[in-house]
Design a protein around this ligand. Structure first.
Ligand code: SF4
Length: 384
């Protein structure tokens, strides 16, 4: 049996086949940018926390800059920029003094939940790396998980998320406190979500039972059947998955007559989009190595030169158009200014505060877009 973790349990719940390919057969997957950004951001956040705790500082913007620079020195500039963005809110979290804490502590346990060496493959049953935990002034163990992606959980999601009680249970195996507060730090935004009710030690026993029950199901599984779901949209194994491949080929009814048909069709659309993206990247790779692919004697698919025309000096163009008698409102209409471009400009010149004033000059509009979206996370903060 492979060592389990929260991620592995979740992977199995999403799709047994994907679990098997990733964790049992270890089929390699291409490096994913968000994972690279997340891993680097977590490492920098850990080094920063260690520094603050050692120096007895609640926050230290300069130390963060130095640590970030040192870690990004050998990284490509665009990756570095993304990592910095993911850590933008980090200095807003105040680091509490504590006489007992752990940063990126690696916890590994045997089947009988005895602590063991992280690398002891023969004995490790379950493991987790805890971003940060500490004993607070009131003798409560606080467990913090760092998130670096763009998703912000609502309070309700925080209260119900199954990752946090698992971490509380595991930390409880190696620390003596009776109460465990769990919280999530969204490093990008400087926002904290804390589960309103701390966990009592006795209540965490149910977590042990839940993990063991899930482990039994995985142990007993011999088929590892694929499970089509929106998760397929993020699955790196679509090319090896028979269920995914045949779902792409399914025809659909000319009209949808029930909620189930609509749901199946939505899922199929998602799979088709994913299939299109994958076909495109395979084709690009082919064209990179072999040149354009002829489609018939008229057309080919490949990289071809495209002439573009840009006007860097806008003022003389506008002046000339107005001199020619073109109506001013229509001339202004064709000059486009985007919010993100202005935002970047102000950021580059350390003038971000001007954005509020600039936005007051804007006309806002609202429209709907046909797209697949995550359900909206709640805005705002519990504590910051
Ligand atoms: S494509 Fe979907 S069903 Fe197939 S392995 Fe991936 S997650 Fe599972």
């Amino acid at each position: 049996m492979v060592a389990l973790s929260y991620t592995r349990l979740t992977d199995y719940q999403h799709c047994p086949l994907a679990f098997k390919l990733r964790h049992l057969e270890r089929v390699p997957v291409p490096a994913a940018r968000p994972l690279e950004v997340g891993a680097l951001a977590h490492t920098i956040a850990a080094a920063y926390l260690q520094q603050c705790l050692q120096d007895g500082r609640t926050t230290d913007w300069e130390a963060l800059q130095q640590i970030t620079r040192a870690h990004l020195l050998t990284q490509p500039a665009d990756l570095g920029a993304e990592v910095q963005e993911a850590l933008e809110g980090l200095p807003q979290f105040l680091v509490e003094r504590s006489d007992d804490y752990g940063v990126e502590e690696e916890l590994a346990f045997t089947r009988t939940w005895e602590p063991c060496d992280w690398h002891d493959r023969a004995r490790v049953f379950f493991r987790a790396k805890i971003d940060y935990h500490f004993r607070d002034a009131g003798g409560v163990r606080v467990i913090v998980d760092h998130k670096t992606d763009r998703r912000l959980w609502s309070r309700e999601e925080t209260a119900q998320h199954d990752q946090l009680p698992i971490y509380a249970f595991l930390v409880g195996r190696v620390r003596p406190e009776e109460l465990f507060v769990v919280r999530v730090h969204f490093l990008r935004y400087g926002i904290t979500r804390t589960r309103a009710q701390p966990y009592e030690r006795s209540a965490l026993e149910s977590i042990r039972e839940r993990i063991e029950a899930q482990a039994q199901v995985i142990d007993a599984d011999t088929r590892f059947e694929p499970r089509l779901s929106p998760f397929c949209g993020r699955c790196p194994y679509t090319a090896r998955c028979p269920a995914f491949q045949s779902a792409l080929k399914l025809g659909s009814a000319p009209t949808l007559t029930s909620p189930t048909e609509a749901q199946n069709e939505a899922l199929r659309l998602l799979l088709l989009r994913k299939g299109v993206k994958e076909a495109e990247s395979r084709l690009k790779a082919w064209v990179d190595g072999h040149g354009p692919i002829p489609l018939d004697d008229q057309e080919a698919l490949g990289y071809f030169p495209k002439r573009t025309t840009a006007f860097d000096a806008v003022e003389p163009v506008v002046t000339r158009l107005l001199q020619a008698g073109l109506p001013r409102p229509e001339v202004w209409e064709i000059l486009s200014t985007s919010k993100s471009a202005i935002q970047q400009l102000l950021k580059d010149h350390s003038q971000s505060r001007l954005m509020t004033e600039i936005l007051a000059l804007a006309r806002t509009d609202q429209q709907t877009q046909f797209s697949v979206q995550r359900l909206a996370a709640e805005e705002g903060s519990d504590e910051n």
